[in-house]
Design a protein around this ligand. Structure first.
Ligand code: FES
Ligand code: MG
Length: 588
């Protein structure tokens, strides 16, 4: 039953203690109930501290290998404070941290693992509501996909962006400037000593990437969709406001349990549209295109790449943040953050959509002002106008029958219509071995192609799609080239990169048929990506194609390759999608 919302957009309490699932564990007058109460007291809890209280699970993705989540062990304590304050009983459960950078081949391989872990942690324990602590790229969709499927009251508390970086007077953003400085090192514009100095200067604090990469894209979209306290997504990780936010999430989670306010009450076609509008106004990461489809499908809602393309056709980039713009998340926060951005979107935002706060999004946005009109632009003064192309372009053609995407706001406008010969790499090892060969036949007009980097082929669809520019071309001053792949690209990166080609090469998509020297035709305004070859030649190559033999015969990766869907379908597992009911665990 859906929670009821009154005219002011607030939610009324509708559950009593006897209705809560935790009571199946704690209130039963049998030997099992005894054991649950006994074992809780074994941890030093007094009976009065947990009996008759809603149990709030804190799913924490802290670990020693996720700098973005380094503070979440402390933040869990702040969440607990809020839970106690509101009369709940908090229990913290660790979950896979999926920290970008350290996890190979890619955290994307483990997003579904985290989603499964979250859902099963919530299901198998006496939990009535939850606070999800995450924020680094895949952790946000992973945690939420699991919580959406479990559908108990859920509040997402984002880790928050790291503090702004500066090096010798120059603003540095995580990811974006790493790539810039790396290219400068290749051409001799900075020295090896500079490069080593940068290691300790660029990332000043714990927290997620401070550019509009995948982390801030996802936490902002989730915020706009009502799954976080409104505006939570930009609160800097190192700000004293961050533990206060965490405490409030704990307090609010208890109220949400009494109100029975669940993800299924919050997620709706309107909240998805709000998420899409936000995505485009942020100039957000291409990764979100996959995660949003996966999240929507978990909620039983329709969402396709065509819906995203339609939103991109209506909404220009308003957030002036790297890599599309020139500021960092801390600037965005001081400018008013997400509420200011949403207010500038005006009629593109449906204020009737609901939020975890128990009031409507419109009520939450009321009076939210913008304090810096250069950081958060208006529709009349966008960072990237619609006339310059969509933030996110959907491409189809004989090279990508099910679609491919490009972030045009981070691409070279000169290359959006391009015809050039393909230079095909079979995978990252092949590319690394050959790309900087001085004798390689490559010019600025060449189309660099990387295949076998999709969900099955990668495996896990790694962020290899921002193929490096060959050093000999960098030295000639070439800063961008057309690059195409079935992989993904970091949201912090820029370039004319056609990504997520679907179906991927490893399952026999046309990308598998491409040969070096074939002409590739990119027409972003026309929404097309094609190989200039007659259909009978493609058919001949298709007939001769042999599927690759996977090196993974056992392990999670073998399961992944068997069940993962293609990029345009969200890369979820077939057995996790949809809303089929799962029984509550028997307790005997
Ligand atoms: Fe964690 Fe960028 S590496 S958010
Ligand atoms: Mg990233």
């Amino acid at each position: 039953t859906a929670a009821t919302q009154d005219d002011a957009g607030t939610t009324a309490a509708r559950k009593t203690i006897d209705d809560l699932r935790s009571q199946r564990w704690f209130a039963s007058d049998d030997i099992r109930g005894f054991a649950h109460r006994q074992r809780t007291q074994q941890m030093g809890m007094r009976r009065e501290e947990f009996m008759g209280k809603p149990v709030i699970g804190i799913i924490n993705t802290w670990s020693d290998v996720s700098p973005c989540h380094a503070h979440l062990r402390d933040r869990a304590q702040a969440v607990k404070r809020g839970v106690w304050q509101a009369g709940g009983y908090p229990i913290e459960l660790p979950a896979l941290s999926v920290g970008e950078v350290m996890v190979k081949p890619t955290t994307m391989l483990y997003r579904n693992f985290l989603a499964m872990e979250t859902e099963e942690l919530l299901r198998s324990h006496p939990i009535d509501g939850c606070v999800l602590l995450g924020g680094c790229d895949k952790s946000t969709p992973g945690l939420l996909m699991g919580a959406i499927s479990m559908d108990i009251p859920t509040i997402f508390c984002p880790a928050g962006p790291m503090s702004s970086g500066r090096w010798r007077g120059q603003v540095t953003g995580a990811g974006t400037h790493t790539k810039t400085f790396w290219n400068q090192l290749q051409t001799g514009a900075i020295t090896k000593d500079d490069w080593i100095d940068l290691e300790s200067r660029m990332t000043r604090s714990h927290g997620t990437c401070n550019t509009m990469g995948t982390a801030s894209t996802m936490t902002s979209i989730v915020d706009a969709m009502g799954l976080s306290p409104t505006g939570a997504s930009s609160v800097p990780a190192a700000d004293s406001g961050h533990p206060r936010l965490a405490s409030w999430c704990g307090e609010r989670a208890v109220a949400m349990v009494w109100e029975d306010l669940k993800p299924s009450d919050i997620l709706s076609p309107a909240s998805i549209r709000n998420g899409l509008a936000t995505y485009m106004a942020l100039g957000g990461s291409t990764n979100a295109a996959i995660h949003l489809i996966a999240m929507a499908r978990r909620a039983g809602l329709d969402l396709s790449l065509d819906d995203m393309s339609a939103a991109a056709g209506e909404i220009p980039v308003l957030a002036n943040l790297f890599p599309s713009g020139g500021y960092l998340m801390e600037d965005f926060h001081f400018a008013g953050g997400l509420p200011a951005l949403l207010n500038k979107l005006g009629a593109h935002i449906d204020g009737a959509a609901r939020t975890v706060e128990g009031r409507s999004l419109g009520a939450a946005l009321d009076g939210a002002a913008c304090h810096d009109d250069d950081v958060i632009r208006g529709l009349d003064n966008p960072v990237v106008p619609l006339s310059a192309g969509r933030t996110l372009a959907l491409l189809r053609g004989n090279l990508a029958p099910d679609g491919a995407i490009m972030k045009t706001s981070a691409a070279d406008p000169e290359r959006l219509n391009h015809r050039g010969p393909a230079l095909v790499f079979e995978g990252p090892a092949d590319m690394a071995a050959r790309i900087n060969d001085p004798d390689l036949d490559v010019t600025a007009d060449t189309v660099l192609v990387l295949r076998n980097s999709g969900p099955v082929g990668g495996p896990g669809m790694p962020e290899w799609g921002n193929l490096p520019i060959p050093v000999k071309l960098l030295k000639q001053g070439v800063t961008d080239m057309v690059r195409i792949s079935d992989g993904r690209m970091s949201g912090t990166h820029a370039g004319t990169c056609v990504l997520h080609i679907s179906p991927e090469a490893a399952v026999g998509g046309p990308l598998a048929l491409l040969q070096t020297g074939d002409m590739v035709v990119l027409d972003v305004p026309g929404g097309r990506i094609d190989i200039d070859l007659p259909e009978d030649e493609l058919a001949r190559r298709r007939a001769a194609w042999q599927p690759p033999v996977s090196a993974y015969r056992r392990s999670f990766t073998a399961l992944y390759q068997k069940h993962v869907s293609q990029a345009h379908e969200g890369c979820d597992f077939d057995f996790l999608e949809g809303t089929d009911p799962v029984p509550e665990p028997p307790i005997y």
